[in-house]
Design a protein around this ligand. Structure first.
Ligand SMILES: Cc1cc2nc3c(=O)[nH]c(=O)nc-3n(C[C@H](O)[C@H](O)[C@H](O)COP(=O)(O)OP(=O)(O)OC[C@H]3O[C@@H](n4cnc5c(N)ncnc54)[C@H](O)[C@@H]3O)c2cc1C
Length: 582
């Protein structure tokens, strides 16, 4: 007998836990399960440092947060979603406070806020520079208080069960034993996070392999705006470890090899004197990452054994401020780079950080499949448009995790019928057989999984990096099918059932190859430059043709069919993005 729940949430990160709590709150009679391939507290949300944006002070307004988000996203955001988001974000952050989140405070006890890139007012709440840890911990312990939430920790979901456009559950592998289980549900919430690992140099944890995007895509749900890949301007060379934008929000400066604050040459404002949120170092991430490439082209970066870098200078901030506001930055620099930012410059370079695209949803998290909801980085609502503003993702997890949870709960509570039919049972049986035979099938393989993965990552970086054009993208589109062929001959050397990480790496690589194809095909199709999608052969934004979301549908041959969906504009007609002193 398969395990059965009313709602299954896939993912124990910020979005998944928030969704599970919302389901339990909406209808306590519902039986909820969370399936996560890692223990929930190890989800990538834990590593968020800088903070979560929500209007807090009397000098700020919901309209200003909306406008910054819409213009930061180069007018590709759906404005109804943005308005709902900015309205609900303060309530969600306050709720988190009531659940125990230790937000940093001002001396008089009010919530402290900091500046963040592209936000023209200070509205980023933070818990020192360990915001994600505290946020996830708060959600996890709150979820624990709902005794009816069942957890499948360290279970890997390998497929969605879908019949006639409707989701009926999943098949998953228990990592500790290799046991394969069918888990049926009336509704499924996908909250599996992003896919930075399709690129070679990323701030993303190893587990961010786009599984949920690939599973939904294969099952018939289209992916939206996949061409928009965010590079964060300040990663440590070699490891890709993130130096949070909070370091620049506290006054950090970016210097080229001549010690010059080069951002003043890129329409992002002047060096001095400006309030910190108008400083050029707090321009949006797409612009700052693009400026790095121009500095590189001009020979104004420093070459290190791990590639070219510029430097982040925090020295003028002093030990006291760094230790109180940026303790984790100092710790990371000391541990992983062997430098002390109190006295030394930090070498940094752009690094893949976040996917603006994901599973297409409406503002309630509903996808193209009945009963399937999505929230968090795996989803594209879209509030992030062509470029996400830093600190908008954490509140997005809360606002849309809660919305998706409520919608899934209502759907499950209203669901009638006798449960999965013969087609679903057959699908589950086929997946069991496939998984049972997978290790044997790949036992004779000759190709190393790591080699195929590296080739895929290099293909994506050279084909669909910060700047792309038709030739680079076409080359990537040609290479990826060859990698897919090699994937069929990949070797799985570990034949055991217990924690077979080799097998999981194989399944994850399969997901990443599908996601890569969707990025490349969506990028090929969009013949304009907007936000994080910069085509050197189409350098201008083209609102006539492309004020629209791309929707890519999976084709049986592995390619994708792209169509466009108009952007929802409620109040802000497309304009020019202006930063710096205004
Ligand atoms: C280093 C870093 C710093 C960041 N800092 C900030 C910040 O300061 N502010 C901000 O707003 N944003 C920040 N972000 C972005 C933000 O943290 C993420 O977008 C967000 O945390 C994603 O949350 P999520 O719940 O969608 O997914 P995740 O937290 O990534 O969780 C995904 C979950 O899905 C599960 N899962 C995945 N695949 C499977 C599968 N096949 N089967 C079962 N389970 C599966 C995983 O086990 C995990 O529990 C940062 C990101 C990084 C990488």
């Amino acid at each position: 007998m398969p395990a059965s729940h009313d709602v299954v949430v896939i993912g124990g990160g910020g979005a998944g836990l928030r969704a599970a709590i919302a389901i339990a709150e909406t209808d306590p009679r519902l039986n909820v399960a969370i399936i996560s391939k890692v223990y929930p507290m190890r989800s990538h949300t834990v590593s968020a440092e800088g903070g979560a944006a929500a209007v807090a002070g009397a000098d700020d307004s919901l309209d200003e947060h909306s406008y910054d988000t819409v213009s930061g996203g180069d007018w590709l955001c759906d404005q109804d979603a943005v308005e709902a988001f900015v309205q609900e974000a303060p309530r969600e952050l306050l709720r988190l406070e009531h659940w125990g989140c230790p937000w940093s405070r001002q001396a008089d006890g009010r919530i402290a806020v900091r500046a963040f890139g592209g936000m023209k007012k200070m509205r980023t709440w933070f818990a020192a520079d360990k915001t994600g840890f505290h946020l996830l911990h708060t959600l996890f312990q709150t979820a624990l208080s709902y005794r009816d939430i069942v957890r499948y920790d360290e279970w890997f979901v390998s497929t969605l069960l879908v019949d006639d456009g409707k989701v009926h559950g999943v098949v998953a592998i228990e990592l500790a034993t290799g046991r394969v289980e069918t888990i049926t549900a009336k509704a499924v919430v996908m909250s599996t996070g992003g896919c930075g690992r399709v690129y070679p140099f990323t701030t993303n944890a190893n587990i961010k392999t786009g599984d949920g995007m690939a599973l939904a895509y294969r099952a018939g749900a289209p992916l939206k705006d996949m061409e928009f890949v965010q590079y964060h301007p300040t990663g440590l060379p070699f490891t890709g470890i993130l130096i949070t934008e909070a370091a620049r929000a506290e006054g950090g400066r970016l210097l080229n090899k001549d010690g010059y604050r080069y951002l003043q040459d890129y329409d992002l404002g002047k060096p001095e004197p400006v309030p910190v949120m108008r400083s050029m170092e707090l321009g949006p991430r797409d612009r700052l990452s693009q400026a790095f490439v121009h500095e590189l082209d001009k020979g104004r970066t420093t070459l290190t054994p791990h590639g070219p870098v510029v430097h982040l200078d925090l020295r003028h901030l002093g030990a006291e401020l760094i230790d109180s506001k940026l303790p984790f930055v100092r710790e990371l620099c000391l541990k992983y780079q062997n430098i002390d930012p109190v006295t030394e410059l930090i070498p940094v370079r752009p690094v893949v950080h976040y996917m603006m695209g994901g599973i297409h949803t409406d503002i309630h998290g509903a996808t193209g499949l009945d009963g399937l909801y999505a929230a968090g980085e795996v989803a594209c609502v879209s509030i992030n448009g062509a470029n996400r503003l830093g600190s908008n993702s954490l509140p997005e997890l809360l606002v849309f995790g809660a919305r998706a949870g409520r919608a899934a709960a209502e759907y499950a509570a209203a669901a009638t019928g006798t449960g999965p039919g013969a087609a679903v049972v057959a699908q589950a049986r086929d997946e069991h057989r496939r998984l049972e035979r997978l290790v044997a099938h790949h036992a004779e393989g000759r190709e190393r999984i790591a080699d195929i993965r590296t080739a895929m990552q290099d293909t994506m970086e050279s084909g669909a990096g910060i700047y792309r054009d038709r030739d680079s993208l076409a080359k990537a589109a040609e290479t990826l099918p060859h990698l897919r062929e090699r994937y069929g001959r990949a070797a799985v050397g570990d034949h055991s059932r217990t924690f077979n990480t080799n097998l999981i790496a194989l399944l994850e690589l399969g997901c990443m190859l599908d996601v890569s194809m969707s990025i490349v095909h969506s990028a090929l199709s969009r013949e304009e430059s907007r936000g994080a999608h910069q085509r050197t052969d189409f350098p201008a934004r083209d609102d006539e043709r492309y004020l629209a979301h791309s929707l890519i549908h999976h084709e049986p041959d592995g390619t994708g069919r792209v169509e466009y969906l108009p952007v929802t504009v409620t109040r802000w007609a497309p304009g020019k993005r202006v930063y710096g002193r205004q």
